[in-house]
Design a protein around this ligand. Structure first.
Ligand code: GAR
Length: 224
């Protein structure tokens, strides 16, 4: 089976990288990670790459153009076909983004287009939303924008703090990212007029309510 050659860009922990490494370990998974680039030398994700035997490089982010030039050289050397941003926390050079148009994806911990940028989970709590989640999308030059490939939703609980909500979202990030990458690698994803079409995907016909539709005792004890 031909496998899509993926380069992953990270800045830190690398739990999404680890989820992708785990997915790629299956023989039937149609993608492989051939390169990891971190802009930070101390990123824990570098150790995950090393443990999986994946070539890894540190490219310090002095300025956008220098980073893009150095990263591009490494990506071409490894014949990378798709870039996956996994907790990469720098804004990329516009020419670099255009060069990888529809060949670079990102994961963001919100239901875009809501809560772009930093501290998405904290701002979701502050806004009082009842659902939060994550988005995998193709990358465009403007921060956290681009055609949406997939989203995963979690309920916000009344007693959530930032760390509880972040952990719940992270757990579904780890499921959504490998799925999105697989769909791309299978050639089932295409961008038409800045929207993504996914071929042969079944969407469940379900509505989820939060707060749930409670009756009986739960409702009776609710203060008038
Ligand atoms: C993840 O929650 C990811 O969605 C987020 O950073 C975290 C990285 O965790 N990315 C962004 O906010 C990008 N705008 P990880 O290093 O453990 O994968």
């Amino acid at each position: 089976m031909r496998r899509l050659r993926v380069g992953v860009l990270i800045s830190g922990r690398g739990s999404n990288l680890q989820a992708l490494i785990g997915a790629c370990a299956a023989e039937t998974y149609p993608a492989e990670i051939v390169l990891v680039i971190s802009n930070r030398a101390g990123a824990p994700g570098l150790r995950l790459a090393a443990a999986a035997g994946i070539r890894a490089a540190v490219v310090p982010h002095r300025d956008r153009r220098a980073f893009a030039d150095a990263a591009q050289r490494l990506l071409l050397e490894q014949n990378v076909e798709l870039i996956s941003l996994a907790g990469f926390m720098r804004i990329l050079d516009t020419d670099f983004v255009e060069m990888w148009r529809d060949r670079m994806v990102n994961i963001h911990p919100s239901l875009l287009p809501a809560f772009r940028g930093l501290h998405a989970q904290r701002r979701a709590l502050e806004a009082g939303v009842r659902f939060a989640g994550c988005t995998v999308h193709f990358v465009r030059p403007e921060l956290d924008t681009g055609p949406i490939i997939g989203q995963a939703v979690v309920a916000v609980h009344p007693d959530d703090d930032e760390s509880a909500l972040s952990a719940r979202i992270l757990a579904v990030e780890h499921r959504l990212y490998p799925l999105a990458l697989r769909l791309i690698a299978e050639g089932r994803v295409r961008v038409v007029a800045e929207r993504v079409e996914v071929m042969n995907a079944e969407v469940p016909l379900a509505a989820v309510l939060n707060p749930p539709d409670c009756t009986g005792e739960a409702l009776a004890s609710f203060p008038a």
